[in-house]
Every structure is written in structure tokens, then in C-alpha cells.
Ligand binder design. Structure first.
Ligand code: VG1
Ligand code: CO
Length: 542
């Protein structure tokens, strides 16, 4: 029986870079999930009888949120909800399911790489019918609605069994519990050459894939070990845990340091890889060679044609603004367009839908293609595997050859996490105010050739997004970018992105932080980071 329940709005339900993310206790407040979900549904049109896909990364509160969503979807007229078994679906698997079922949309429950557990983070994100995160005009409308909502609709009924594959109902609405992996796996089989990768494993290729006790465990077991024949034990931490074993499921050099150490050790596997909480990020480290995400994007774009799914070539490449320019050089050489978008996958959707780009990526360990509308961690690993199998060369060889051909973009991101919001905002404001005076200034050998606050004009729908990050560009092609994170749940996180281009092959194997040292110290003084954040050093360097 559908009931309408009176509620009062929360003022803090503004979706960030990737959905609404808050601490679990915030989501546990009475009506908090209900208000946000009703705000989503209130912004939809023509969803009566339609299909919704729902799944999450299995973190703490996943099941509770799904029960609420199911009962509310029934009360709001959906005809069918498709849910991953146990409520678990990786973010790219949700995207794939929405697309293959031609569903109306989907809801992803995740706070990605942020820690989980009762005091960790939780998140809710709405995806539209193309399988990708709702664009800004939709998230803005949801936020506006959340600030004036007065009631929500829900069916008063018992909890739904999420753990058995099959169909149940709430009133007229069907609930289909599906295998979390099958649809995603069959999509992967169309993109990379499973036989070739299988042959490589048979011939002795070795790898470790760390699922970080997060969502990709079941996917990696099924695809890498069972379908592709990688040795049992290839997948580490393959069981999804509600608190990710107490770790940050963030596949970077800090939180996956053990994997880096393994890759640098004697007897390292040929490939070490990992993905994040919700399975959309990836980490790639070859024996003795860490691949920065920006380089990985460029290398995948340059080699994608080797894999069956991309045999026809790459139509165009897109990267987020702070991502290094390595992919630009590949696009230029291939004679295809390169698009520079604001941070966040939602900006790639239109370009992919319009057929303008095939491969997209971000410096934050996200790469993807037009097969879904999210970044896709395991896909990136599989494409790397297929390229390695096709080229029969090591990761290190492929990376060095890439640099020799295109030059190397030295790149690093420095994060100042959970600093005080007021200071962080003041830092950005002062930088913005100083923009007009920066051009032409010299700092040692570095001359500022331009400075702005990045603004994006979407070439497909004509929408504009301003204030997407302060860029300071130098005459030699180097760059410093400053922006505040839109995914954090406590205080503010300042991200500083530093890049320098090196065409000289003899100077392409310098340790990254040393190669960037002049720019790093300039980044600090230009923005007076220590003063505004109270921090002498970044908390995370990637
Ligand atoms: C971060 C990354 C961004 C990514 C976003 C979501 O956003 O910088 O590139 O798209 O996380 O990724 P921000 O606003 O904190 O810089 V995930 O894997 O957290 O869904
Ligand atoms: Co993620």
C-alpha cells in the first residue's frame, strides 16, 4: 500500500563531482535517503512502468538504502527494478546494465574510493538512460527539489530478499535480482580478445589484481581467474567487505603501496593492477614501471586499435582538464579531436553519445570508452592485458617507447585533504583575483603564458560550466592547476596538479617529484598553500 509521508527538506543535498556523498550517520538521519530519492524521482518524467537499475559497491548501509529505494520506486510508478545479487553492482556494471536493458535510468550507491563502515562514507548517484551520471542540469534540478520537498511516497511492505536470483514484486512493480557479473562479462568479451589473453596466461604471463576488499572481487575472480585462466591467487582481497577491511579502497601509490612494492621487487609479476571501491578506477603497474593514469589514458588511446572492440580506430579522445596533455599528443598524431572537459565523468556522456570520442580519461585513475558511460577499472586492466598480449612487450617497454615517440608529460597531483573550508576557499578566491596580473610574470626560468579559471562549453548541448579549476600555464608548456574536490565529506580538499613536458629521451626517466621540483615549490608559493591550509606538505601525492 502506497503511503505519502510528510517530510522537511535538508539543505545539504547538493550532488558533487559524482553524486551525493556524506558520512554514513548523515545518511542514517530520518528521511535523509527518502528525501533525496524522492527529489530524484520528482525530477523524472515518463518513468511510469519503466525499468530502473539499482546497485552499489556493497559498503555499509548499501542494503538499507536499496530497501528504501525499492519501496519508493514501487510507490513512484516504476514497472521494474533490476538489482545486482546482494545489492552489489560495480559502477560500470550498472552503466552496462542500463544500456543493455534500455532502462530508464539507475541509482548507484557508492562513495567510491572513500572508506566505508558505520563511520565511513556513503553515496547516492543518479544515472540517466545513456548509462552515465546525470548531467549538471539534472543534478541542479534534484538539488533544487531537495530544498523544498514536503513529502515522499513509499510502499509500506517488508524487506525484499536481495540474495536470490529471480523475480519478486512489490505491488505491480517487478524486482529482478540478477547475477552481478554476467552482463558485464559478456560486454567485455566483445571488446578484448579473451583467447589471446588466455594464451598469454598459458604461456606464463603473471599478474596480481587487488580488488581492495571492494566491489570488483567477484568480477575479477570470474573474468581473470575463471574465464581467462589466470592462476588462482591472482586476485587479492577478492571478497567485498562492508568496511573494505578498514582500508581506503583507493588504488593509488599511497593506499596500494604494497602493490607498488611488489611490482618493484625481484620476481615481480608482469602486471600489478587494482581498482577502487565501486570498480570504476584502475591502477596499472608493470614490473618496475608505474604508469601514471594520464599516461595510461594516452597509451590505451594509442594502442586500442589492437583490441577487437576498437579495431575501427578511435574517433576522438576526451580528458578532464587537470589530466596531463599526454593524450593530446596521441590524438594529434592520430588526426582525431581531443576534448578537454571539467573534472567528473558526467561531462563525457554527451561527447560519447554524439560519437565524438571513443576513449576518455582522468588523472584520478579513471579510464573508459564508449562501451559504457562511466569510467571502468576492470575494462582498463583488460585492455592493458590485451595490448600486452598483442604486442608481447613489457609494460616498461611500452611506456618508454611511448615517451620516445610522443615525449613525456611528467605529472603529479598533490592533495591537501580535509583542510579547513574557509582557508581553502580563501586560497582559491585569492588565486582567482590574481589571475589578471599573472600573465607575463617570470619565476626563475618559468614565464606565465596564461592563467584562467577553466570554463567549459559543451559542444553537444550548449551548456556552460564555469569555475572548474584555476590554471596557470607557462611558456614551456608546463602547468599548475588548483581546484577543490567535489567528492569529500569533511572540510575541504585542495588538489594541486603539476605537469611538465619533456621531449628529450635522455631526460625521460627522472624521478617524478624531482623532475617537477621547481614547479612544485612555485605551486606552493603562488597560492601560499602553507598559510591557507596550515599544512607544510600534502597528505597524498600521486
Ligand atoms: C574525484 C576525481 C575525479 C573523479 C571523481 C569521482 O573528484 O578528482 O576525477 O571523477 O573523484 O571518481 P574530486 O572532485 O574529488 O576531485 V570516483 O571513483 O570517486 O566515483
Ligand atoms: Co570510483
Amino acid at each position: 500500500m502506497t503511503t505519502t509521508i510528510a517530510t522537511t527538506p535538508f539543505q545539504d543535498q547538493r550532488p558533487g563531482t559524482s553524486g551525493l556523498r556524506k558520512k554514513v550517520p548523515v545518511f542514517q538521519q530520518k528521511n535523509y535517503v527518502e528525501n533525496f530519492v524522492q527529489s530524484i524521482f520528482d525530477c523524472l518524467d515518463g518513468h511510469e512502468g519503466a525499468t530502473l537499475v539499482v546497485g552499489g559497491d556493497g559498503r555499509y548501509y548499501n542494503r538499507e538504502a536499496i530497501q528504501i529505494i525499492l519501496k519508493m520506486a514501487a510507490a513512484n510508478g516504476f514497472g521494474r527494478v533490476v538489482v545486482g545479487k546482494g545489492g552489489v553492482l560495480s559502477t560500470p556494471a550498472v552503466s552496462a546494465l542500463i544500456r543493455s536493458l534500455k532502462a530508464y535510468g539507475g541509482i548507484v550507491l557508492s562513495a567510491s574510493h572513500n572508506p566505508g563502515g558505520p563511520h565511513g562514507d556513503f553515496g547516492v548517484k543518479y544515472n540517466v538512460g545513456n548509462g552515465g551520471p546525470a548531467p549538471e542540469k539534472v543534478t541542479d534540478a534534484i538539488y533544487a527539489r531537495s530544498r523544498e520537498i514536503t513529502q515522499y511516497r513509499i510502499v509500506a511492505t517488508g524487506d525484499v530478499d536481495l540474495d536470490h536470483i529471480g523475480v519478486t514484486r512489490i505491488g505491480a512493480m517487478a524486482i529482478e535480482i540478477v547475477d552481478s557479473v554476467a552482463n558485464y562479462q559478456s560486454l567485455m568479451e566483445t571488446l578484448v580478445d579473451f583467447d589471446r589473453i588466455r594464451a598469454a596466461f598459458r604461456a606464463g604471463f603473471t599478474m596480481k589484481f587487488d580488488a581492495m576488499s571492494a566491489v570488483t572481487g567477484p568480477y575479477a575472480h570470474a573474468i581473470l581467474e575463471r574465464a581467462l585462466g589466470a592462476a588462482p591467487g591472482t586476485v587479492l582481497n577478492g571478497e567485498p567487505l562492508p568496511d573494505f577491511g578498514g582500508h581506503h579502497p583507493d588504488p593509488n601509490l599511497v593506499h596500494a603501496k604494497h602493490l607498488y612494492d611488489l611490482a618493484m621487487s625481484a620476481g615481480a609479476p608482469d602486471l600489478c593492477a587494482a581498482s577502487d571501491g565501486d570498480g570504476d578506477r584502475n591502477l596499472i603497474i608493470g614490473r618496475n614501471r608505474f604508469v601514471t593514469p594520464s599516461d595510461s589514458l594516452a597509451i590505451l588511446a594509442a594502442n586500442a586499435h589492437l583490441a577487437p572492440g576498437y579495431r575501427g580506430g578511435v574517433k576522438g579522445v576526451a580528458r578532464s582538464m587537470p589530466t596531463s596533455g599526454a593524450a593530446d599528443r596521441v590524438a594529434a598524431k592520430m588526426g582525431v579531436a581531443l576534448f578537454e572537459t571539467p573534472t567528473g565523468w558526467k561531462f563525457f556522456g554527451n561527447l560519447l553519445d554524439a560519437g565524438l570520442v571513443t576513449i576518455c580519461g582522468e588523472e584520478s585513475a579513471g579510464t573508459g570508452s564508449d562501451h559504457v558511460r562511466e569510467k571502468d577499472g576492470l575494462w582498463a586492466v583488460l585492455l592493458w592485458l590485451d595490448i600486452l598480449a598483442a604486442r608481447r612487450q613489457s609494460v616498461d617497454h611500452i611506456v618508454r617507447e611511448h615517451w620516445a615517440t610522443y615525449g613525456r608529460n611528467y605529472y603529479s597531483r598533490h592533495d591537501y585533504e580535509e583542510v579547513e573550508s574557509d582557508g581553502a576557499n580563501a586560497l582559491i578566491k585569492r588565486l582567482r583575483d590574481s589571475l589578471p596580473t599573472l600573465k607575463g610574470k617570470r619565476f626563475g626560468a618559468l614565464e606565465v603564458s596564461g592563467a584562467d579559471d577553466f570554463a567549459y562549453h559543451d559542444p553537444v548541448d550548449g551548456s556552460d560550466s564555469g569555475q572548474q579549476g584555476v590554471r596557470v600555464m607557462f611558456a614551456d608548456g608546463s602547468r599548475i592547476v588548483y581546484r577543490l574536490s567535489g567528492t569529500g565529506t569533511a572540510g575541504a580538499t585542495l588538489r594541486v596538479y603539476i605537469e611538465r613536458y619533456e621531449p628529450d629521451t635522455a631526460r625521460q626517466d627522472i624521478e617524478t617529484q624531482s623532475a617537477l621540483s621547481d614547479l612544485i615549490s612555485l605551486a606552493g608559493s603562488l597560492a601560499d598553500i602553507a598559510h591557507y591550509t596550515g599544512r607544510a606538505t600534502p597528505s597524498v601525492i600521486t
